[in-house]
Design a protein around this ligand. Structure first.
Ligand SMILES: *Cc1c(COP(=O)(O)O)cnc(C)c1O
Length: 483
């Protein structure tokens, strides 16, 4: 394919994309395929001679679409949103064309410098403390990670390195293995499963602390755990707090946890993967209070800020904590400016050496929506979640679990877990809307999330009708069983 052909194919692809997204609500949101469906539809090996472009495009509808869960459908209400917007797509397209790998400043100065400025822009939208912002001469700064999971892991590993170094500075005879075996990290029983996994990857004991009635981790609970563990001779060094948990969008009390972590020399990482985007609205910003006590903070614009996957923004209060943790300088990556304090070499900030030019799509989105446009998007989604919650509340048969704060509503039929399990099976099998369940303590609960940018009131009403229809069927079945 040469540059003349891409002019044609590219325009066709843009039309294909526009058609796909414009009519996406007509497709069943959830696929009906069985595992292993795809291989029989295509050859077992790559073609020796090139296929034609027409043949390839025909296979998109035949092979790919039947196996797609349409995350951008206005009938998709599962998990959390996967952000998608046209400005972001365009920025990403350009990133694909430039296709540079930004592991150091010299590897593409614009890559590094735009990422720094975009993290500053977003940090200022979120009103993060000045230390987190490069441009204000702060000690910290931001980086784009591939996912919140990666951000948590980088925070945990940096904190581990920091505590080991601190202890060895005081006591040069202390062996790293000995110190490591005594380290203990904390998170809540509501945090994302990846926090526990980060503990496994980092070979760190991760203690899951219980939460209060509203599923929030409290200072008191952490204090008690610290006392217990210190009495056992262990070394507490890390807490991952969550603002907006995955199951129910609960908020750990970072105003209580933060000062405790600071006084006990514990690195506090705040994971606001989903909810963080909402803090660009002044009315929601108070929920971020306490972030000033944190050592690192993370939000996923690829969830709720209209920037396509992957784009997870992470800030640290002290650059030296993260850069110092894993710095190696092979000769072939050296450049003239690397010892300049003002230069950022992002390879020291992340697990992979390089990544795509991800800040371009942020720039496109921030400029083409403006802060006001982004705030409007968040507020609209929150209002739609409240609209859904109203419908649930008006129906005696159902109850809401937890608080409705942002775009998530946790609800269930008043009745057994079994009944609710059958309800979600019925909804999934109908394939008109897609939602997933969660477990909140002893209760099996359904999660309804406002996801696509294009969701409107009519989609909320449609979803509720379908849930009611499924509930009626399930109710009928249990009647029959009883008879
Ligand atoms: C979604 C989510 C994550 C994981 O996000 P990825 O970017 O997909 O890794 C982590 N924490 C919370 C609270 C989440 O909701």
């Amino acid at each position: 394919m040469d540059s003349e052909e891409i002019r044609v194919r590219g325009k066709e692809m843009v039309d294909f994309i526009a058609d796909y997204l414009q009519s996406i609500d007509q497709r069943p949101v959830y696929p009906a395929v069985q595992p292993g469906y795809l291989q029989p539809l295509i050859p077992e090996s790559a073609p020796q001679d090139p296929d034609s472009y027409e043949e390839l495009m025909k296979d998109i509808e035949r092979v790919i679409m039947p196996g797609i869960t349409h995350w951008q459908s206005p009938h998709f209400h599962a998990y959390f949103p996967s952000a998608q917007s046209f400005p972001s797509l365009l920025g990403d397209m350009l990133s694909g064309a430039i296709s540079c790998v930004g592991f150091s400043w010299a590897a593409s100065p614009a890559y590094t410098e735009l990422e720094m400025v975009m993290l500053d822009w977003l940090g200022k939208m979120l009103k993060l403390p000045e230390e987190f912002i490069f441009g204000t001469g702060g000690t910290g700064g931001g980086v784009i990670q591939g996912s919140a999971s990666e951000s948590t892991l980088v925070a945990l590993l940096s904190a581990r390195r920091k505590i080991v170094t601190q202890i060895q500075t005081k006591d040069p005879a202390a062996e790293e293995r000995m110190i490591m075996s005594k380290l203990v990290a904390y998170t809540s029983d509501q945090s994302h499963y990846f926090v526990e996994r980060a503990g496994l990857i980092g070979d760190i004991k991760m203690r899951k602390l219980s939460t209060d009635k509203k599923f929030n981790l409290r200072g008191e609970t952490l204090k008690q755990a610290l006392d217990e563990d210190k009495a056992l001779g262990l070394i507490p060094f890390f807490l991952c707090a969550t603002l907006g948990t995955t199951a129910s969008c609960a908020f750990d009390n970072v105003m209580e946890l933060g000062p405790l972590c600071n006084s006990e020399n514990i690195w506090m990482h705040v994971d606001a993967a989903y909810a963080g985007s909402a803090f660009i609205c002044p009315e929601f910003r108070p929920l971020l209070n306490g972030v000033e006590f944190s050592d690192s903070f993370n939000v996923d614009p690829h969830k709720w800020l209209l920037i396509n996957f992957d784009c997870s923004a992470m800030w640290v209060k002290k650059r030296s904590d993260i850069i110092g943790a894993f710095k190696l300088k092979p000769l072939y990556l050296r450049h003239d400016h690397e010892d300049n304090e003002l230069i950022t070499d992002y390879r020291h900030w992340q697990i992979p050496m390089g990544s795509r030019f991800r800040s371009l799509k942020m720039w496109f989105v921030f400029r083409l929506y403006g802060v006001k446009g982004l705030q409007e998007h968040i507020r609209r989604h929150v209002a739609l979640a409240h609209e859904f919650a109203m419908l649930v509340r008006q129906d005696e048969q159902f109850e809401i679990i937890g608080d409705v704060v942002f775009g998530l509503v946790c609800f269930r039929i008043k009745g057994s877990n079994n009944l609710n399990e059958r309800l979600i099976k019925e909804i999934t099998n109908m394939r008109r809307i897609h939602i997933v369940p969660c477990q909140l303590r002893e209760k099996f609960v359904l999660r309804f999330v406002v996801c696509a940018e294009t969701v409107k009131s009519k989609h909320i009403q449609y979803a509720w009708q379908n849930i009611k229809e499924a509930a009626a069927k399930v109710g009928q079945m249990s009647e029959n069983i009883r008879k």
